[in-house]
Write a protein that binds this ligand. Structure first.
Ligand SMILES: CC(C)(COP(=O)(O)OP(=O)(O)OC[C@H]1O[C@@H](n2cnc3c(N)ncnc32)[C@H](O)[C@@H]1OP(=O)(O)O)[C@@H](O)C(=O)NCCC(=O)NCCS
Length: 325
């Protein structure tokens, strides 16, 4: 392996190199403007933003964006490191570049008192075996639930009305999230006005069109965000304060997306909501290739003790789609 430098984002000579790298490796043509917006809006990125391996001729060979994420454990709040946008440029694979870069990042995390490194990946990717070699273990396989939206429709509580989202509802979404995840563990700390802070810059994120609200006596009691294509409607996040509101949101989706496949991302749900899904006729426990992996950086990664620390064993762990690294 030739010599290369490891630098932070602000030390890069040509930031467009990242655009090419992400386009080639991740199919994500992130221009410097997109990257700056991410850095400004998503409070999880660390001040240095990213670490990169740069070849002697200035080519950016590999990249990782760096996150510091507050999590909730059964022992209280704990900040953890997060790896995002892990990519080695084609032509530079299998030379140990990413292994060297991540090993350096682990040192950086420890210098910042971050003892755990988390990331989301897929078991079907070659990357998964690289993470295993680096010491990462599977903490949680991400599950989905599904149902065909057919007759007979779900019955729901007539006291609950399901309506459209309006911009001024943003802070109420924060409140529902906080109350619904009370007592849970994992990735449950979010900034104020979360939707605006994390997605305000993204043209694809359209809560006015895709978010539905459950209301009980004019008070918002739940919400669900649906991404729909002609055959499938996938719910990225659904949370509610009570079972009737939750089921009303599902019934509303069955009515609006008649004859489509309804899919619910379950990473952000605890056992309580998965039970509600089951009671509404959804098939639950469907494993995907997606997995959350974790590495304890100051010693061996003892999966059982990490599972118990983060409440995984008790069904309390949450890492929703919007909280992924
Ligand atoms: C995954 C990726 C970052 C690996 O980068 P890399 O610089 O080639 O990784 P390394 O050379 O450090 O790999 C170290 C070890 O990991 C394993 N590994 C890496 N890529 C692998 C692959 N595609 N298939 C199987 N094992 C792989 C191997 O054991 C490898 O050691 P070896 O080459 O001696 O067999 C790179 O393939 C990539 O950018 N892929 C596309 C984007 C992606 O999948 N990113 C991860 C998202 S979670």
């Amino acid at each position: 392996m030739g010599r290369f430098r490891i630098v932070y984002y602000d030390e890069l000579d040509d930031v467009f190199q990242i655009t090419i790298l992400y386009y080639l490796s991740l199919g994500w043509p992130a221009t410097p403007k997109v990257l700056e917006e991410l850095r400004r809006n998503d409070d999880r990125y660390m001040p240095e933003f990213g670490m990169f391996a740069v070849d002697q001729d200035g080519t950016v060979m590999a990249s990782v964006l760096l996150m510091e994420i507050p999590t909730k454990t059964l022992n209280g709040k704990l900040n953890v490191g997060g790896l995002n946008a892990v990519a080695t440029r084609p032509g530079y694979h299998r030379r140990g570049v990413m292994t060297t870069l991540i090993t350096r990042i682990h040192e950086y995390f420890m210098q910042h008192q971050l003892d755990y490194s988390f990331l989301t990946t897929a078991q079907s990717l070659g990357a998964h075996s690289m993470y295993e070699k680096l010491g990462y273990k599977d903490l949680m396989i991400r599950e989905r639930a599904w149902k065909m939206a057919r007759e007979p429709p779900l019955r729901y509580d007539e006291k609950i009305v399901v309506t459209k989202f309006q911009e001024e509802n943003g802070s109420e979404i924060d409140k529902i999230f906080r109350e619904a995840t009370e007592g849970s563990c994992g990735f449950v700390y979010r900034p104020t006005n979360f939707l605006k802070a994390r997605f305000g810059h993204s043209s694809e994120f359209a809560p006015e069109k895709k978010m539905r609200l459950a209301k009980r006596r004019d008070e918002i009691s739940g919400y669900a965000y649906w991404e729909s294509s002609s055959r499938v409607s996938a719910c990225e996040e659904i949370l509610a304060l009570d079972k009737s509101s939750f089921v009303s949101l599902l019934a509303d989706a069955e009515k609006r997306f008649r004859n489509k496949l309804l899919v619910i991302h379950c990473g952000g749900l605890s056992k309580r909501e998965v039970d509600w899904l089951q009671s509404a006729g959804f098939h639950t426990g469907i494993q995907t290739y997606g997995t959350v992996v974790v590495d304890f950086l100051r010693g061996d990664t003892n999966l059982e003790s990490i599972k118990s620390l983060f409440g995984v064993s008790k069904g309390l762990f949450r890492m929703g789609t919007w909280d992924s690294t």
